[in-house]
Each structure stands twice: as structure tokens, then as C-alpha cells.
Design a protein around this ligand. Structure first.
Ligand code: AMP
Ligand code: ZN
Length: 118
């Protein structure tokens, strides 16, 4: 399958690795929007949040465990945000489930509407 994040998870395409275990891979976002901006992905290909099922959802809980561990290791437990964009209107650009871990700046709360939804 021609999937950018599958290739990053298996080392075919280089990335700056933050964490890896048998189920997940975490690496630095190539275009960070906050001082700390990591992506946490399952090694198994899941196209996005709308493809989470009873069969594959355990990895999502594991991703949140890993996020908490990374936050502790990075000293950001007092303030971080986890986001997953699902579908075109939400701005998903890579069709492999990924969770953005953002930290290092005081964040506001809002949704920037780029274009009105038809
Ligand atoms: P999204 O727009 O939510 O689908 O997020 C995709 C993210 O992947 C964006 O924040 C991109 O900056 C990031 N990205 C795209 N290509 C790479 C890459 N080769 N290495 C690291 N991050 C990437
Ligand atoms: Zn993939």
C-alpha cells in the first residue's frame, strides 16, 4: 500500500523518532505548529478515526497511554493537547490514523473555519 505513514513506521521513509514499541510509532511533525508537535500513529494501517472498530480500537487506548508517558518524559504533563483530524473538512491530509501531540505554548480554544461546509 502506498501510505506515507506506513512507510515512516517501517523505516522506509526517514523521520525523527520520539518513541516506538511493537504497536505504535511516534515522530516529530515535519511542519510543527507548536514548539512540541509530535505525531503518534498505530503501526497497523487504519485510515482514520472513522475506521476505528471494536476489532482495532485497543491500539487507540494504547496510543493515549504512550502520549501520557511521552508527556511525562518531556515534562509537559501540565499542558498538552491531542488532536486527530478525520476527513477532508477537518483537514486530514494523510489517510493513516494519527494523533497530534501539541505542547510548549499556551493554547486558545477554537476551530478555524477555512471554508464554509456545503
Ligand atoms: P493532518 O493534516 O491532520 O492529516 O496531519 C498530517 C500531518 O503530517 C501534518 O501536520 C504534516 O505536517 C505532517 N507530515 C506530513 N508529511 C510528514 C513527514 N514526512 N514527516 C513528518 N510529518 C509529516
Ligand atoms: Zn498507512
Amino acid at each position: 500500500m502506498d501510505c506515507l505513514f506506513c512507510k515512516i513506521a517501517n523505516g522506509e521513509i526517514p523521520s525523527t523518532k520520539v518513541y516506538e514499541d511493537e504497536k505504535v510509532f511516534c515522530f516529530k511533525d515535519i511542519a510543527p505548529i507548536t514548539p512540541i508537535h509530535y505525531l503518534i500513529i498505530p503501526k497497523e494501517h487504519i485510515s482514520g478515526a472513522s475506521a476505528i472498530t471494536a476489532e482495532n480500537s485497543a491500539v487507540v487506548a494504547h496510543i493515549f497511554e504512550v502520549a501520557a508517558k511521552i508527556a511525562k518524559d518531556e515534562g509537559i504533563s501540565d499542558g498538552f493537547r491531542i488532536i486527530t483530524n478525520c476527513g477532508e473538512n477537518a483537514g486530514q491530509t494523510v489517510n493513516h490514523l494519527h494523533f497530534h501531540l501539541l505542547a510548549g505554548v499556551k493554547m486558545g480554544w477554537g476551530v478555524e473555519a477555512v471554508n464554509p461546509v456545503e
